[in-house]
Design a protein around this ligand. Sequence first.
Ligand SMILES: [Zn+2]
Ligand SMILES: [Zn+2]
Length: 311
Amino acid sequence: MNNSSFKICSICENENMMKPKMGIHPCHGCQLSFCLIHLTKHREELLKKLDSVIIQRDELFELIFKNVNFTNENIEKFLQNINEWETKMHESVHQVAEQNRDNVRVEFTRQLNEIKVRYDEFTKELAEIRENDTFFENDIEQLLVKLEQFKQEIHQINILLQLNQIDNIDWSRLNHLKQQEKSVISYLNNSQLLFERQIISLHDRNCFFLAASHTHILAYILSINRNENRLILYNTLDGTELCSTELDVRFGNVCDIIYAETLNYCFLVVCRQVILIYNPQQMIFTIISEIKPIDEHPFLHKILDIIYHHC
Ligand SMILES: [Zn+2]
Ligand SMILES: [Zn+2]
């Protein structure tokens, strides 16, 4: 074979050897050609580079298995967080369920009371007519119409119960490890108060709560049939109605009304989901948005602070 068909060995050429040899051994990796001695040297260099990668792989192993994130304690910590979250969610769900059971009792009782009041009125009317003996055919006809209407209304009673929040939890959104904002809130748990409350008939309206000052009476009027859910302000002296304020249904039912001169001559209206300050002079209310959810805070001291800011 003719020497001129080979190039000079790459290393011999680079190192300016006095007698460079022909590169008769090609490297299939870098496409250079070497003499036998320098081919061996080239392979040794490649081997060194591979060993260096293997050493770095060993460091990687340590990095993985000694990393604090993969320690048992750390995994336990994560599991513990999930356990705590689970317990908290159980408690919240239990609380909301409890609240809704109360709502059912309150709503059924309220509607039953309302019907009973009207039933008693009807009975009284019938008894009076019969006793006075002053009825004619058309009176009986009207009474029958009234009776029929009453029956219809009873058939149509449809208790719409809004399950607080339970149906609205987006469980899929909770299924990741980031700290979530609290998705179930608890409500003022005093619906028992409303449940046991006798309805007061005030100007022929169903009044659940009222409070009075020397000049004003503030009453909470609730009637689903008449679509009323409002605060009405009366003049204490002559009983005239001064102002009627529709309440947002999202406030929930009113649970209590308190008046005190020490509250800057305002009424404190406790709803299931908000607390309102009702100013009888200006006939407007302000929501104390700082207190929510109510029963999670020891709020009595805080209320007084806030009232002085609002009034
Ligand atoms: Zn090579
Ligand atoms: Zn060489």
